[in-house]
Write a protein that binds this ligand. Sequence first.
Ligand code: RIB
Length: 328
Amino acid sequence: MITVIGSLNYDLVTYTDRVPGGGETFQADAFETHIGGKGLNEAIAVARLTASQDGAKVQRVRMIGRVGDDGFGKELIDALKGDGVDTTFIDSVPNTKSGVAVILVEAESGENRILITSGANGTLQPTNSEYEQYFPPEICGTDHYVILQNEYPDTLKTIEWLKVNRPAVNICYNPSPFKKEWVSSVVLASIDLIIVNEGEASDIASVLGLHHKENCDIATLAEFLQRALAPNGISTVIITLGSKGCVYTNKDISPPLKADSVKVSHVVDTTGAGDTFFGGVVLQLSQAKCLHEAITFATRASSLAIQKHGAAESIPTFDDITEGHFIN
Ligand code: RIB
């Protein structure tokens, strides 16, 4: 079982040759709407990247979140259901708008700039009795993985509640959008898997007292973070390096290893690629794949995602990967 707790956004995406400066007006190339939100993207990644056996998916994925009582909210829930994600715990909040992301994507690089308005995501602050309802003890063994990010206000409480009340579940965390003030050794010591980019890794290390960060290489950072993670958990650290791949380590891998990215000839839109990678890694680990295998699979998935427009819509299926469609 994989549970994603987090955001659902309606993405308003403008594709442009150039991002205008302050006070400047510029004619963009195209405008599109897409389904997104880091939480929703991660849930859809897990669902699509799961293999089918005899017509049924072999992994169960569910999402906990909030949408507004508007048309966007209905579309977001329908999209999740369409991919087989269990939406029992996604509530529609009265008189509230769904979360929205305004995204600018640069045509040449596919790079994005994202502004989010949390809307209903900002109301996701479950009570203890709601957590009890979401996580009954009988489904909270070591085979349960929980995926978290920072697009709702209660991530730290979720981590604390799970650690105290359901210590066997694997807590997997992508601290994005990054909030320095949320970093502490107590939080890290509760996490089993963390995925961060280079800047975030360096910021976490300096908050935790690893000084001279300018002299610190990525492998040293990864080892430092790995030692800060839950000692009895899967304690996995992945530092993503964009087109340069990633560096990874866990309690059985020392020194950290490097994985290359898959080269693609044309990057169209990087939105959601990180969420695809995260979902792919967690899915594979939940299926007892080794970390190297999980990263290779997830790298292929994200290399396909960046070749299409949109966040959730660009996420490939298990068959896309195994049939080798990732080679461009
Ligand atoms: O990670 C990509 C996502 O970030 C987008 O889908 C957008 O909604 C923002 O949450």
